[in-house]
Design a protein. Structure first.
Length: 197
């Protein structure tokens, strides 16, 4: 994990994904993917599964490094990708909204992009914005479901798509770190699905 000291937001988190994990994520995505999808919910095409796996692993790795108690649900049938315990709110569920970072990170465009169908139907509290540039996952921040639905960043598409930029996330990664319950117990990164060498 490293933090940026350039013109990027210092609250963003960068997690390097080792080659072995990237290879295992690719194999997992190839094995479980569907050839096409027009579903307004979570897609299961190869690139979607690859992003889910890589970003989910990176988030779990970051939580483990920061002793943040978390439970990954990626291989379960639950809506949430991860559950953490907020010291004020109690158990909180998250979906990791991820994209491929093309040509660098642009905070005006990277962020949570999600369909209205998913927002209406997924039983989660928060959405975490992430991108993957083929080696590193960047986490920008967190947005509550209601803050996504009640803003002006709506694409005029059918199905309706919300697109909240990264620099408008209501919660920073620093606040996330401060708010979550810590644990000294050994945690299994991403449920042990992929192993680092």
């Amino acid at each position: 994990m490293m933090f940026s000291f350039t013109n990027r937001n210092p609250d963003w988190v960068y997690v390097f994904v080792p080659e072995q994990v990237r290879l295992e994520a690719k194999e997992y995505a190839q094995k479980h993917c569907e050839s096409s999808s027009s579903f307004a919910g979570r897609n299961r095409m190869f690139t979607d599964l690859l992003l889910d796996c890589v970003c989910g692993w990176a988030f779990s790795k970051w939580c483990t490094q920061n002793n943040i108690w978390h439970e990954c649900n990626y291989s379960d049938a639950n809506d949430a990708d991860v559950i953490v315990e907020d010291t004020t709110l109690g158990l909180s569920s998250f979906v990791i909204s991820s994209r491929f970072a093309g040509g660098g990170i642009d905070p005006a465009h990277e962020g949570v992009r999600i369909t209205n169908w998913r927002l209406e139907n997924e039983d989660v509290d928060f959405y975490l914005s992430a991108s993957f540039d083929s080696r590193t996952v960047t986490f920008y921040g967190i947005a509550e479901k209601e803050s996504i639905q009640n803003n002006q960043y709506v694409w005029d598409l059918r199905p309706l798509v919300y697109d909240m930029p990264a620099d408008h996330m209501s919660g920073t990664m620093r606040l996330f770190t401060e708010a979550c319950r810590k644990t000294e117990e050994k945690q299994d990164v991403f449920g042990g699905l992929f192993k680092e060498k």
